[in-house]
Ligand binder design. Structure first.
Ligand SMILES: [Zn+2]
Ligand SMILES: [Zn+2]
Ligand SMILES: [Zn+2]
Length: 471
């Protein structure tokens, strides 16, 4: 019993411990249940969130895919054959929106390659050719008959733009003139060619004359529009008017800077239709040192018209039966009696420029007879001055017109009485603003001033009043 007693005590303790423990456990279990409930709610919320995100993601993916599906707009590209310089292509269709390429117009078979490669050049070999004075040469090359290009190699790899070696032509030396044949010749040192050119067709290759005889011969023999040039100073030994040089129509006599000296009281007498005499000097040694002219222009020939250009005339110029135009000439007759310019019958003189120095009698004078009764022709010379520098008296006879120029001496409106009476008349252009000292050429006559329709100043000699004496 003791044992039981003793034994009973520990059993109670155990029970209390057990109850205590069980109580604790029960408390823990309740706590656990509470916690589990919280966790459940938590996991549920996470699940819902994940599901929502997944749904949104799926929706976005679906939207993205659907937006990437192209509704093609196809254009047809025709096939093109290739050549030796360009690739070709097969026929295909291309979408203008997504740029994809299809073999067919229904966009069923997508393709990536449409190019047809180039074909080789059709090459032919061309041999080289040596260049000459007259023909181009060429380098050896290969020529494609399809694209017409040239290549330095037979494979057609290296194109060469230029295969021609250009001819540089002859290297002719100086022309030599043959006075007998009247031709110019020159040889090429690179080849055997010689070039011959007939003389007289250009100012560069004129017919040449070295003396009076050659000049006469050349002038007599050449064709119209020829160019004749002096090759020396020459002396005219024939007497006054003994030789008249009629230059062919349209021809030019170039004095070449040389001097023609006239001897034996002669004159250098030239005529022709539309001819030019230029670039040199004419001088004279008068037999009578006071009278005469160094240059006579015009003669009995028909339709004489001569242009005198860039001449230095020591001795005056006499114009007869000729229309003369004077440009840039220096005419000096100041040591003699006669004029710088004398205009004779059937003539006109137009002065464009130059310097004119007259002799004792004056600077310019022109004949002004009446109308010829037999022929009905006007035996006059009309003078027109457009420019120039005049030293000495100007005798204005039947008609003198001043448009320009400067005048050191008087302008004397003059009677002319050799073949009957001709009254002098002068017209001064309304635009002329130089100084003019216009005087009446005869004390018994008066000078009337008026204006013509254009407003030019007109000066005319008036007959003496009745009862007065003729001068
Ligand atoms: Zn497309
Ligand atoms: Zn080719
Ligand atoms: Zn040559």
């Amino acid at each position: 019993m003791e044992l039981n007693k003793g034994h009973n005590k520990p059993n109670l303790m155990f029970l209390s411990v057990f109850i205590t423990l069980a109580n604790d456990r029960l408390l823990c279990y309740n706590d656990y249940l509470e916690k589990a409930n919280i966790m459940k709610k938590y996991y549920f919320l996470i699940g819902c969130t994940v599901l929502l995100c997944a749904s949104i993601f799926a929706l976005l993916v679906l939207l993205g895919v659907s937006s990437r599906v192209c509704r093609h707009e196809l254009i047809q590209i025709a096939s093109r054959e290739s050549s030796c310089i360009e690739e070709g292509n097969i026929e295909y269709w291309q979408c203008t929106k997504c740029n994809k390429i299809y073999k067919d117009g229904s966009a069923e078979t997508e393709i990536t390659e449409v190019v047809i490669p180039k074909i080789p050049h059709a090459l032919q070999k061309v041999e080289s050719l040596a260049v000459s004075c007259t023909e181009d040469g060429r380098v050896e090359h290969w020529h494609c008959t399809a694209c017409q290009r040239n290549f330095s190699d037979e494979t057609g790899e290296t194109s060469i733009p230029n295969v021609i070696i250009p001819s540089e032509g002859h290297q002719f030396g100086e022309y030599k003139y043959d006075y007998t044949e009247k031709i110019y010749s020159r040889a090429c040192p690179k080849c055997t060619d010689t070039e011959n050119v007939a003389a007289g067709e250009s100012t560069e290759l004129p017919l040449l004359a070295r003396d009076e005889t050659e000049l006469a011969e050349v002038i007599a023999s050449v064709a119209p529009n020829s160019f004749i040039k002096l090759a020396n100073d020459i002396t005219i030994t024939t007497g006054m008017y003994a030789v008249v040089h009629r230059i062919p129509d349209g021809g030019t006599l170039d004095l070449g800077g040389y001097t023609v000296t006239v001897k034996n009281n002669g004159g250098f007498v030239l005529e022709g239709t539309k001819v030019t005499v230029q670039n040199g000097s004419v001088a004279t040694d008068y037999k009578n040192p006071k009278e005469g002219y160094s240059l006579y222009v015009g003669d009995e020939g028909e339709n004489n018209s001569v242009t005198l250009k860039n001449l230095d005339c020591r001795g005056g110029i006499n114009v007869y039966n000729c229309k003369a135009t004077v440009i840039d000439c220096v005419v000096d007759n100041s040591n003699h009696t006669y004029y710088a310019l004398w205009g004779d019958m059937h003539s006109s003189i137009t002065v464009e420029s130059g310097v004119f120095m007259g002799g004792e009698n004056g600077c310019v004078h022109s004949y002004s007879g009446p109308i010829d009764e037999e022929s009905g022709e006007e035996l006059k010379c009309f003078v027109t001055v457009n420019g120039g520098e005049f030293h000495g008296v100007i005798h204005a006879t039947d008609l003198t017109v001043i448009n320009g120029g400067t005048f050191e001496g008087d302008i004397r409106v003059t009677l002319y009485t050799s073949n009957g009476l001709a009254l002098g008349k002068l017209i001064v252009n309304k635009d002329y603003d130089g100084e003019l000292n216009i005087v009446c050429g005869s004390a018994s006559y008066t000078l009337a001033e008026s204006a013509d329709e254009e407003g030019n100043r007109v000066y005319e000699m008036q007959l003496p009043a009745e009862g007065e004496e003729m001068p």
